[in-house]
Design a protein around this ligand. Structure first.
Ligand code: GDP
Ligand code: MG
Length: 435
């Protein structure tokens, strides 16, 4: 398998050096992946442009093809772009640390405060005070009050006639008096077109001078992220991002967009409605997800579990790999829905399937028919299958000599692969196909 892929890739490649021509297909697929992951258009363009500039003319002497080498560079670049800076929460030297949570309505601000409060309280042993300045909706006040109760965090009670800015000021005074370490300040959900509310946010920001101002961004945002990033960046000095709803089936391209557009670190990722569904941002994990590499890893597992030769069989293969084993292999591939099914799952599916359309499900059926027309001795010693035998087998299977040749060639490839697998392990062999 490995040999086939690299063989075909080699045909379109100029081994050893990355050129405009030999990464054309890969480039197109990567652009598609990024857009499908909902990375903002301007960010995709810039990203591709930069990686291309860095890669063209680059020499390498691995066994990889330029396309594969290029994917490696892209992945590396993506990880760098996503998180090569400090993404820990900053604490103020003189307590309390004040965190202002901003963002559009429904992004997950209040929920994130519940999560972060609990995290700071439980893991960092901080004394936390939750505050809401979202007094426009009674339900919003109740929501944070309830979350505070659930997480055993104190909730700041305010006088009904206070305005949002006064509430913020009073809560900080209270926090100083009562020696809180952290004040988490919720803000009202607003539309970025609502000028009055946006200015109110700016007013609060300027008055309290927060230790961190965290912008909450829903990972399902898509192209809208550009407007939001721009609008909030001009109002307040954002110091970090909280990316929510990563438990949805989005690929998470918003992570790259928001990072590029604001140049601020993503600090937390929310991945569920529950209060402990939050994690520290991990750029490698998200890079894999954006590029669809997660799919590759699960594909590898699937191949490992279902097709080719099950591990124990490979290990027991002290004897020579013959056509009987090949028949088992072919049947396993067929039972899994065929190669086409597996290839469809690949993020760079087009590339690979274009390159690997030499094998299809019909061919697998032919293989079975051909092997069944062979004698026991032929199955055990494929090298004795010369011209006259080929004709007889072809006739018996209702196919032609070319098909028999094709089978023998495939057998050879798989045999070499099995030998390699025995040497370096299955996972590594398959990974070598992609990285
Ligand atoms: P706010 O208007 O920005 O304060 O948003 P909320 O905190 O009220 O959240 C809006 C909705 O998103 C609620 O139904 C939350 O339960 C949900 N939500 C927030 N964060 C996450 C998350 O990480 N995953 C999922 N699945 N839902 C979330
Ligand atoms: Mg809210």
């Amino acid at each position: 398998l490995k040999k086939r892929f690299s063989e075909i890739l080699e045909k379109i490649s100029n081994k050893g050096i990355i050129t405009e021509k030999n990464i054309k297909v890969t480039l197109r697929e990567i652009r598609k992946s990024l857009l499908e992951a909902d990375v903002a258009l301007s960010v995709v363009k810039k990203f591709i442009h930069n990686v291309k500039k860095k890669s063209l003319g680059k020499k390498f002497n691995t066994s990889l093809t330029p396309g594969q080498e290029f994917i490696k560079i892209i992945k590396h670049e993506l990880i760098q772009k996503l998180g090569n800076d400090d993404n820990t929460l900053k604490f103020s030297k003189k307590p309390p640390s004040i965190y202002l949570i901003v963002g559009l309505q429904g992004m997950g601000k209040t929920t994130s405060i519940g999560k972060i409060g609990q995290l700071l309280h439980k893991q960092y042993k901080k004394k936390v005070l939750n505050v809401t300045t979202d007094t426009y909706r009674f339900a919003a006040v109740k929501q944070l009050e309830l979350l505070s109760l659930q997480t055993q965090i104190d909730f700041f009670l305010f006088k009904e006639n206070n305005d949002p800015k006064e509430i913020a000021i009073n809560s900080i005074k209270y926090a100083i008096k009562k020696s809180y370490d952290v004040v988490l300040i919720d803000t009202s959900g607003r539309l970025h077109t609502d000028q009055k509310m946006m200015l109110e946010l700016q007013d609060i920001y300027k008055t309290i001078n927060p230790t961190e101002t965290l912008l909450v961004v829903d990972s399902m945002l898509g192209q809208d992220v550009t407007n939001i990033a721009e609008r909030f960046s001009t109002l307040v000095n954002i110091t970090g991002i909280i990316l929510t709803k990563m438990d949805s089936d989005t690929k998470g391209g918003v992570a790259l967009s928001i990072k590029e557009l604001t140049q601020k670190p993503i600090k937390f990722v929310g991945n569920g409605e529950k209060l402990d569904a939050i994690e520290i941002f991990n750029s490698q994990k998200i890079a894999n997800r954006i590029l669809g590499m997660e799919d590759i890893f699960s594909l590898i597992k699937e191949i490992e579990n279902k097709i080719i030769l099950p591990k124990q069989k490979i290990n027991n293969l002290k004897k020579k790999f013959d056509l009987n084993d090949f028949l088992i292999y072919v049947n396993q591939v067929r039972n899994t829905g065929g190669l086409a099914y597996l290839i469809k799952k690949l993020p760079i599916n087009k590339t690979i399937s274009q390159l690997s359309n030499t094998i299809n499900d019909k061919e697998l059926n032919n293989f079975v028919a051909i092997i069944n027309s062979m004698t026991k001795i032929e199955k055990k010693n494929p090298n004795i299958i010369k011209n006259s035998r080929k004709h007889r087998i072809a006739l018996g299977s209702g196919l032609n000599v070319q098909s028999v040749n094709k089978l023998l060639k495939q057998f050879d490839i798989v045999k070499k692969m099995v030998e390699k697998v025995k040497k370096i392990g299955l996972s590594q062999s398959i990974k070598n196909l992609f990285f």
